[in-house]
Design a protein around this ligand. Structure first.
Ligand code: CUA
Length: 340
């Protein structure tokens, strides 16, 4: 018995450890004004229903404890007293609770401006486009030539609202970063807008929240909130074209990249690679994850991703490129990691 208890405790402890290292994102711990508005409604609903549950179980136990004896000894079910219980407990109280929650939900919805007219603004700062199965992030800050495209990571300045347009290239996806904003769908042919704000610098994890195909669960979005000066520095860096290869090996890697199928699908600004099928790789080395953050951006995973993408993310558009082996592969990975 004791051993079973120990193994149960160990199981719970390991589950908690796993949850914490993969970054639990509790929506009841909001990190921005939009999420806070939702959390207020969430707490109200949660507490109300806890009270209702406790009262209901209390009544059930009370009835079970009081009503002993045979059915014949009871009053008829439609006695005036019973009717009052049904009218008040079955209709009046639920109606009041549900109406209150309905009104509070409508008020919460009004706190989320969805269209241009309501948001009183020009062009959004960021256009987020969903793909099967990754996120394209285009920054439209500054003049047209300063617009910049990256993938799977959104950087925002802490304490400042950022307007984001949501679009999709294929099927319906859904933006969801629990600690910053609720779910908003990316719908074909429709542009939705949200306003995103984080109180403090930090890293927040989001997921695609609408089933969009076999790799839906591997469509992870990171939101990095930086201090405003760090954000400006980051954006200025992203605007730079790719750095030139820093070593002979990286130079060889660049040749491998440019002489293969890579450049047909990916863009590396400042080079001849202008493909638009897959994510922009101009600064891939500076990103935290691979395959829409399904895997960490490490040398081993980068090698595995290039050669066996279909094992890591079956059905993704990235093919297995098993032609890359040995020194070519190492040089290619060195080149990609150097794209800081
Ligand atoms: Cu994209 Cu689910």
């Amino acid at each position: 018995m004791q051993r079973r208890l120990h193994s149960l405790v160990a199981l719970v402890a390991s589950a908690l450890a796993l949850a914490s290292c993969s970054g639990v994102q509790p929506l009841m711990a909001p990190a921005g004004p939009e999420a806070r508005t939702l959390a207020h409604l969430g707490w109200f609903v949660l507490i109300t229903f806890c009270i209702v549950t406790v009262v209901m179980w209390g009544l059930i136990f009370w009835v079970a404890a009081r009503r002993r004896g045979t059915l014949a000894e009871h009053e008829p079910w439609n006695a005036p007293n019973d009717k009052r219980w049904v009218a008040v407990g079955g209709f009046l109280i639920p109606a009041i609770i549900l109406a209150t929650i309905f009104v509070m939900t409508l008020r919460t919805l009004r706190a989320f401006p969805m269209g241009d007219a309501e948001m009183h603004m020009g062009e959004a700062a960021i256009v987020l486009t969903g793909h099967q199965w990754w996120w394209e992030v285009e920054y439209r800050l500054g003049a047209t030539h300063e617009h910049v495209t990256t993938a799977n990571e959104i950087h925002i300045p802490a304490g400042q609202p950022v307007d984001i347009e949501l679009q999709t290239r294929d099927v319906i996806h859904s933006f969801w970063v629990p600690r910053l904003h609720g779910k908003v769908d990316l719908v074909p042919g429709i542009t939705n807008r949200i306003r995103l704000q984080a109180d403090d610098p930090g890293l927040f994890r989001g997921e695609c929240a609408e089933y969009c195909g076999p790799q839906h669960a591997h469509m992870i979005l990171l939101v990095q909130s930086d201090s405003p000066s760090d954000f400006d520095g980051w954006l200025a860096h992203q605007r730079q074209p790719a750095v030139a290869p820093a070593s002979a090996e990286a130079e060889r890697g660049q040749q491998v990249f440019m002489n293969s199928a890579c450049e047909l699908c990916h863009t590396v600004r400042g080079t001849s690679a202008r493909g638009l099928v897959g994510p922009d790789l101009t600064h891939i080395g500076s990103r935290k994850g691979l395959a829409a953050n399904a895997y960490p951006n490490t040398t081993a995973y980068l090698e595995a991703w290039v050669t066996h993408a279909q094992s890591l993310k079956p059905n993704a558009q990235m093919p297995n490129i098993t032609a890359f082996t040995g020194e070519d592969l190492r040089a290619l990975v060195t080149y990609l990691e150097g794209l800081q």
